[in-house]
Ligand binder design. Structure first.
Ligand code: TRP
Ligand code: SF4
Length: 327
């Protein structure tokens, strides 16, 4: 029996190459080794987009297209939609009964997002409960591992605490305390040198055309001290070089470092190598996206079938949980 892995991604925007190398490529690797469940968490997207929920459906479809295009295989893993598996919502409600408010108020992302998303009012019950819903996503499958980035560790810790509290209160051993499968990845920088993010408008999207990717990189910020072709530069402060460390081989990284520090190459020479390498990663994705984008039925069927499979597993856990809670 393969060990079970669960992860989730929020359909609150279209995916960029930071999502690809930070999460998706890792998900693709895991699908051969583990029993993987990958959840598009549309209810989580609702916590911050409840005033314009109509955008979420489009993001869900594009996300699943990108999952398949990046190499997730619905024969090897289960791709599903959170809102289609009602057990997530029901377990969320039950777990909310036993989750102390203080645990939720202490989660760092809670205060951070409140100050970050100034354009929305997320002073809501649903948003405070975000980590409880995430705990339900994980615990409902009794998943052993959860591949996530560093920023998600507090959510995972709450999940473990909720499981322990459940076991303590109901003298049960129904749930599984999950462990993080930490994906250590350097922060992918955007074209302006800040962290790549859809909210900064600095991202290279998986759905960008070759022309757009080419243009974004050609106009991307470099070491600001390197104003003229004859100025030497410092790759360590250059976001283009940071992308080289992810997408280029050692020889090419050496070419960039030595060429930059000695002004033997210009920034366009340096960027051309990066463009070539990012194209190499995106080309198979573009091809698969083209095949899928005009076939909404295929995408819909994948979501339907995945959600059916997930429901069977979720129901088993929910039945046991309800038994434990005498309801
Ligand atoms: N909070 C996660 C994020 O922002 C998304 C998520 C929701 C998740 N449910 C999950 C991740 C369950 C892992 C497991 O990235
Ligand atoms: Fe950046 Fe490359 Fe230009 Fe150096 S040569 S500043 S690493 S783009």
């Amino acid at each position: 029996m393969k060990e079970r892995v669960l992860s989730g991604m929020q359909p609150s925007g279209i995916l960029h190459i930071g999502n690809l190398v930070g999460a998706l490529q890792n998900w693709v690797k895991l699908q051969t080794q583990y029993e993987c469940l990958y959840c598009v968490v549309d209810l989580h997207a609702l916590t911050t987009n409840y005033t314009n929920p109509q955008v979420i459906g489009g993001y869900v479809n594009d996300m699943v297209v990108n999952f398949i295009a990046a190499g997730l295989d619905p024969q090897k893993c289960t791709i599903f939609l959170q809102s289609k598996v009602h057990e997530h919502a029901e377990l969320h409600l039950l777990l909310s009964m036993i989750t102390p408010l203080g645990w939720l108020e202490r989660v760092p992302t809670y205060k951070e997002k409140q100050t970050e998303l100034v354009d929305r009012d997320i002073n809501t019950y649903g948003f405070l409960g975000y980590p409880v819903l995430q705990a339900a996503d994980i615990l409902i499958y009794r998943a052993k591992y959860v591949p996530v980035g560093f920023d998600q560790l507090p959510h995972l810790e709450i999940t473990r605490e909720i499981a322990r509290r459940f076991h303590f209160l109901y003298k049960s051993e129904t749930l599984v305390e999950p462990e993080a499968l930490l994906t250590e990845y350097p922060k992918v920088l955007g074209v302006d040198g800040r962290k790549m993010s859809k909210s900064y408008d600095n991202a290279i999207y998986m759905s960008d055309s070759p022309e757009v990717v080419d243009k974004k990189i050609r106009t991307m910020m470099t070491d600001p001290a390197r104003k003229r072709r004859t100025d030497v530069g410092n790759p360590d402060v250059c976001p283009v070089y940071q992308l080289h460390t992810i997408f280029s081989n050692e020889e090419e990284q050496g070419y960039a470092v030595v060429g930059c520090r000695s002004a033997a190459i210009g920034c366009i020479d340096c960027k051309k190598v990066l463009i070539k390498n990012i194209f190499a990663v995106l080309e198979p994705i573009w091809t698969k996206r083209k095949e899928l984008i005009n076939k909404p039925d295929i995408v819909r069927d994948i979501i339907e079938e995945g959600s059916r499979r997930a429901s069977v597993l979720a129901k088993e856990t929910l039945d046991m949980v309800k038994g434990d809670m005498s309801i």
